[in-house]
Write a protein of this length. Structure first.
Length: 154
C-alpha cells in the first residue's frame, strides 16, 4: 500500500512537470511566432564621392537646391526627415558625403509622382534638373545607394 502511494505521488509529480513543460513550450512557441521588433521608417542612404577641390561646390548645391527640395518634400508629407553627413573616406573609391532621406514606411516610396511634382516646383522642369545633374556629375559620383529600415525593438 505504501509503495502504491509512493508510485501515485511520483506519477502525479511527473505528470505535473510534463504539463508545466508543455505549457512553457506552448508559451515559448507563441512568443517565437511574434516578432520582437516592429518595422520602422525606411531610409534611402546615398554614398557620394566628391572630387578633391569641389567639396564646397557640392555643399553649395546641397544648400541652394537639395535642401529646399527636401524641406518642401517634408512639408508635403512625403518624407519625414533628411540628413547630410561628411565621411572620412578610407580610399578614393569611398564616399566623403552621405545623404539620408527617411520615409515613414515602404509604401511612402510609391509617391514618386508627388515627389517629382515637388521637385518641379522648387527646382524647375525635368529637363532643367537633368542638365544640372549632368553638370554635377563632373565633380561628384554616386558610389552606392541602399535602403535601410529601422527596427524598433520591443
Amino acid at each position: 500500500m505504501k509503495t502504491m502511494a509512493i508510485l501515485i505521488a511520483v506519477v502525479a509529480l511527473v505528470s505535473g512537470a510534463n504539463a508545466s513543460d508543455n505549457a512553457s513550450k506552448s508559451t515559448a512557441a507563441t512568443m517565437a511566432d511574434e516578432r520582437a521588433y516592429a518595422e520602422g521608417p525606411v531610409t534611402l542612404v546615398t554614398y557620394i564621392g566628391v572630387e578633391y577641390g569641389h567639396f564646397e561646390d557640392y555643399i553649395d548645391w546641397l544648400n541652394s537646391t537639395w535642401k529646399p527640395t527636401m524641406d518642401a518634400t517634408k512639408k508635403a508629407g512625403i518624407i519625414i526627415d533628411y540628413k547630410v553627413f561628411s565621411a572620412t573616406p578610407q580610399s578614393p573609391d569611398h564616399a566623403n558625403i552621405i545623404l539620408w532621406i527617411t520615409y515613414k514606411n515602404m509604401a511612402a516610396l510609391d509617391r514618386g509622382v508627388e515627389e517629382e511634382a515637388v521637385a518641379k516646383k522648387v527646382i524647375g522642369s525635368t529637363e532643367f534638373q537633368n542638365k544640372a545633374r549632368v553638370g554635377r556629375n563632373d565633380y561628384r559620383k554616386i558610389l552606392h545607394r541602399e535602403f535601410i529600415r529601422e527596427l524598433i525593438l520591443k
